[in-house]
Design a binder for this molecule. Structure first.
Ligand code: GLN
Length: 486
């Protein structure tokens, strides 16, 4: 639906803005029009900042006319997952409990985007508090898949994935705890990157699993993801887990050849449960990497099947403590009839949280409670270290590890929403990398029954440049991202 004269990548937008072929005002108007066209079908956005974006575009164009270009995103509209605090509009985490919350400060990633010249166009839909794999657990209704609207967009960052896939924006931010960027990117046919744990600041990002959460970009192309990571990454004194390692110029790695690159293919990534059509598409992509000069090395990561239990124990345990802060004394959605503090908590948390969030509180509190902590949380933490070591060993032999992002393509809305275990299993291939803290990217690699399939590429800690290199060389030979939608 996007007008063909307007740029369809960040690289093209940057060039067109530099040459004054388009203005920030043009890009913002185009984004607002495209969002308005798609919203009745997709519900990708929870809030659109039309007024703010127009004002910011005017200011941005004025700066450019005076010779000031703030950075690589100067004048480019970007959408933000509504888990990330912005001084514009609300930050709801797609929860009723935060429906009136307006953040008093910007998350560090938002400050970075603004310093690079980006214009915030709106906040995107997600599973409540980022818990889920389909965006159906949003308290404000699900997001639909732009390729087939009867299907889910994936989750939890489904709104951001759908916003990029529909051409509404060229870039959006998501968060990934156990797959929430990679899986919706795969389902919607866009690029999604989960950086190494610690590569990007989490200050101002509403916490889910604090030892797992990372912010990352959705884009149409790999090079665009590299541009975004260079803007987002870096040390932040406000986030003790953020790394002081220097930020490479990631964009410079988006070319070259795959000669000499060793690509590891774990057999466990093609185990039972992975659909035959996804297997076929991903194996063809791996064969294509070999055709491009890479050496394919089959390996085994035997702990892969344990990752889902490890992940859900750790993530839910951490979530239960993170969610304790939501006492709804300030942003309560209900008019309170309770007389005591305990009654207030019961009423407000009972009504303000949805079913999946309550499951997290119950499971997590149980796993952390006296007498069970050893058996559950600590045991999961031990297996987590073993999984991490398994990858460290593998990366002594190979440069990257590849496989499917998800066991299947976008599923039908409603098909898993009442079956938490089926929903959790859709993360089986993303959570191993999450618990190991590794960077991983989803790049479109074909279609199965007219739905996009993503190839997952993972690298050692803080080696995102390898992901950009391998994925962009692959992408340049295939261009799946240019397939027309709907
Ligand atoms: N579906 C997973 C969960 O609910 C992952 C979500 C995420 O990465 N935020 O925990």
């Amino acid at each position: 639906m996007a007008s063909p004269v307007l740029p369809n990548t960040l690289v093209a937008a940057r060039a067109a803005l530099d040459k004054q072929e388009v203005s920030a005002a043009d890009l913002v108007e185009e984004a607002l029009t495209t969002i308005a066209q798609w919203e009745p079908t997709l519900h990708a956005f929870l809030e659109v900042f039309a007024g703010h974006a127009r004002t910011a575009a005017t200011a941005s164009d004025k700066q450019r006319a005076q010779g000031t270009v703030l950075g690589p995103l100067h004048g480019v509209p970007v959408a933000i997952k509504d888990l990330i605090c912005t001084t514009e509009g609300h930050t709801t985490a797609a929860s009723k409990i935060l429906q009136n919350f307006m953040a008093p400060y910007d998350a560090t990633v938002i400050t970075h985007l603004k310093k690079a010249g980006a214009i915030l166009i709106g906040k995107t839909n997600l599973d409540e508090f980022a818990m889920g794999s389909s965006t159906e657990y949003s308290a404000y209704g699900p997001t639909h898949n732009p390729w087939q609207p009867a299907r889910v967009a994936g989750g939890s960052s489904g709104g951001s994935a759908a916003a990029v896939a529909s051409g509404s924006v060229l870039a959006a931010l998501g968060t990934d705890t156990g797959g929430s960027i990679r899986q919706p990117a795969s389902f919607c046919g866009v690029v999604g990157l989960k950086p190494t744990y610690g590569r990007v600041s989490r200050f101002g990002v509403i916490a889910y699993g604090s030892s797992l959460d990372q912010v990352g970009p959705f884009t149409r192309t790999v090079q665009d993801a590299a541009i975004m990571l260079s803007v987002l990454a870096g040390h932040d004194s406000q986030d003790a887990t953020s790394s002081p390692l220097p930020v490479p110029a990631y964009e410079t790695f988006c070319h070259g050849s795959l000669k000499g690159i060793k690509v590891g293919v774990p057999q466990e990534f093609f185990a039972e449960g992975v659909s035959p059509e996804v297997t076929t598409v991903v194996k063809a992509a791996i064969a294509a990497l070999a055709d491009q000069g890479a050496t394919i090395i089959n390996l085994s990561l035997p702990l892969t099947p344990a990752a889902i239990a490890v992940y859900y124990l750790i993530a839910k345990a951490e979530a239960s403590t993170n969610l304790a802060r939501f006492d709804a004394l300030r942003y309560a959605p209900v008019s309170l009839s309770s007389h005591s503090l305990v009654e207030h908590y019961l009423e407000v948390r009972g009504q303000g949280f949805g079913a999946e969030v309550k499951r997290a509180i119950l499971m997590g509190s149980y796993a952390l409670s006296a007498g069970y902590y050893e058996a559950w949380y600590q045991q999961a933490s031990r297996v987590r270290m073993l999984i991490r070591r398994e990858y460290e060993e593998a990366f002594k032999e190979v440069d990257v590890v590849v496989g499917p992002v998800a066991p299947e393509t976008a599923f039908t809305l409603g098909s898993k929403v009442d079956d938490p275990l089926a929903m959790y299993l859709s993360d089986a291939l993303t959570v191993p990398l999450s618990v190991a803290g590794l960077p991983a990217l989803s790049v479109p690699c074909g279609f199965a029954s007219s739905l996009p399939v993503g190839l997952q590429i993972a690298a050692p800690h803080f080696k995102e440049e390898r992901l950009f290199h391998v994925a962009s060389v692959y992408e340049q030979a295939h261009n799946w991202w240019q397939q027309p939608r709907l």
